[in-house]
Design a protein around this ligand. Structure first.
Ligand SMILES: Nc1ncnc2c1ncn2[C@@H]1O[C@H](COP(=O)(O)OP(=O)(O)OP(=O)(O)O)[C@@H](O)[C@H]1O
Length: 269
């Protein structure tokens, strides 16, 4: 698949909207500074930027893990900052999260790990694979097939390679049936081949299911290959917002090399 074959992402509804969002940490850290952008349904948006530029902080605003100091974060039509309790949990169930370190339970089977993705919609605790409804086990197996790990379903998760563990983590996130997938450096600890495989998988699933993806990456080439759009952050400010089609490596590299300048902004539409 090449980028030019991807559907036009600009036709979907707005699923994530940042309006003048700033996030301060005491005493004087400005992690996000007046950040505004929209993400539309089915878009794969990659966040690029130096370590400490604010990528993780931005992702944490989307599922309400952190609250903005000022400005508004709107997700699936709801103001995240005003949500508490059950409403906040309900929104969080619609947002899946994939992390750099996979966060699988090593001593459990791959399948049971994937079943835990359904916990948000099940009542009560679960212990052991058979404590999950058959429908969930079936769905989890289906997702493992989707990510190419059906043969490993009954292995302990800690026997998988890093790339396989991340694919299992993607399957777990999909069992949650999210409308938005957040990924915080999902391929940072993988070899280049596994990294490309995981990014291709996330891209394909987004196209198949209309899933909105917001993903931080350090690998520029992967960002250009698999993102619809690149948002570059520097010192908490958006310094680039452009479709990846037609964006040169050199222009994208300016996120890392140029000082924050509003003038390099390119609206994505
Ligand atoms: N809980 C916190 N308390 C204080 N400062 C924080 C906190 N979380 C993040 N920061 C600071 O906010 C800034 C942005 O951090 P953030 O983790 O969002 O960057 P990042 O781009 O994700 O970095 P990396 O690529 O290393 O993960 C950094 O200066 C960081 O030290």
């Amino acid at each position: 698949m090449t980028v030019s074959q991807f559907p036009d992402p600009k036709s979907g509804a707005v699923t994530i909207r940042f309006s003048d969002v700033s996030k301060h940490f005491p005493p004087d850290v400005v992690a996000l500074n007046d950040v505004s952008f929209d993400v539309r349904a089915g878009e794969v948006v990659v966040l690029l930027g130096h370590s400490g530029s604010g990528k993780s902080t931005l992702l944490r605003q989307v599922d309400g893990l952190q609250r903005a100091s000022s400005g508004t974060v709107s997700v699936l039509g709801a103001d995240v900052g005003s949500m508490r309790g059950a409403r906040a949990r309900a929104l969080r169930r619609r947002v899946g999260f994939v992390f750099q370190q996979f966060e699988l339970v090593g001593g459990l089977t791959v399948l049971e790990n994937v079943c835990t993705g359904a916990l948000g919609r099940l009542r009560g605790p679960r212990l052991g694979l058979l404590s999950y409804p058959r429908s969930v086990r079936r769905e989890a197996l289906g997702q493992l097939e989707r990510v190419g790990l059906a043969a490993q379903a009954f292995q302990r998760a800690d026997t998988l390679s890093g790339g396989q563990q991340q694919r299992a983590a993607v399957a777990r996130a999909l069992v949650q049936r999210p409308e938005i997938l957040l990924a915080d450096e999902p391929v940072a600890s993988l070899d280049p081949e596994s990294a490309a495989q995981v990014m291709r998988l996330i891209r394909e699933i987004s196209v198949e299911q209309g899933l909105t993806v917001l993903c931080s990456l350090h690998q520029l080439d992967l960002a250009l290959s698999w993102g619809d759009r690149i948002i570059g952050l520097r010192s908490g400010e958006v310094v680039l917002d452009a479709p990846s089609v037609g964006l040169s490596r050199e222009s994208a590299m300016e996120v890392y090399t140029q000082p924050a300048m509003r003038s390099v902004l390119t609206a994505a539409g």
